[in-house]
Design a protein around this ligand. Structure first.
Ligand SMILES: [Fe+2]
Length: 242
């Protein structure tokens, strides 16, 4: 879906930058170094990740070596890679800072995403546009993060649930927000996986080997526009193509 749609979307919508969370781009679970490179080559400028990023060991050196590839910044400092980056987008555009964080509700007990958010935002270059990917299960944790950062960053977007929410909005005439961007993957599925297998897992309580669902796919996300003068988010919409 990304390969088919992104080059056209970049052109038609005159996108200055494209961000994606790629943590499950390799067969629906995890991200290999090869898939990360593939996504980057077809037009994803910065790739964030989440709790499944560690599945393929070859992602670890890629996280260390590729500045466009991030992991949640609130993993312990000894984990490979980094949770934020600053990127030059070209002439007449402000620098972009991307921050990747992960929630702790119903997820691994890693460092506090709110404290790490404060630390990373404090390090942003003065003119930078800041976009935060909050990879979290609980909507309340994502809402709490945008409340912490409203008026200080240009966007907070949620990822991880695979289900797009219908709540794109702008807070304090500054900060674009959506609770979850949704996924790119098979439409008739349980979060991308084969429906029958997931149903069997719930009905039996036994572990199952997951398989990617087949059939038509969808591309979910959000489009946000930042005013080049005042650096405020001036429009935010959820986006879906199939
Ligand atoms: Fe996740």
């Amino acid at each position: 879906m990304v390969k088919d749609h992104l080059p056209r979307l970049r052109r038609e919508l005159e996108l200055d930058v494209v961000l994606a969370n790629g943590e499950n781009a390799s067969g629906g679970l995890g991200l290999s170094a090869k898939s990360a490179q593939e996504l980057h080559r077809c037009g994803v400028d910065v790739l964030t990740t989440g709790n499944h990023v560690w599945k393929f060991p070859d992602i670890r050196p890629a996280l260390e070596n590729e500045p466009w590839l991030l992991r949640p910044g609130n993993y312990p400092a000894s984990a490979p890679g980094r949770g934020a980056g600053v990127y030059e987008l070209g002439e007449n555009l402000p620098p972009l800072m991307v921050i990747n964080l992960q929630g702790r509700t119903f997820m691994e007990a890693i460092d506090c995403p709110f404290a790490v958010a404060e630390t990373l935002v404090a390090k942003a270059p003065p003119e930078a546009v800041i976009v935060v990917d909050m990879h979290a299960e609980a909507t309340s944790e994502k809402r709490a993060l945008v409340h912490l950062l409203r008026g200080r960053v240009q966007a907070v977007v949620g990822t991880h649930t695979h289900v797009q929410t219908n709540d794109a909005r702008i807070l304090d005439e500054m900060t674009g927000y959506i609770s979850d961007l949704g996924m790119c993957g098979p439409e008739d599925s349980c979060l991308g996986m084969d429906n029958d297998i997931i149903l069997r897992r719930f009905r039996t309580g036994l572990p199952q080997r997951f398989e990617l669902a087949k059939g038509p796919c969808m591309l979910n996300g959000a489009l946000m526009e930042v005013d080049n003068g005042q650096c405020r988010c001036i429009s935010a919409w959820q986006y879906r193509a199939s």
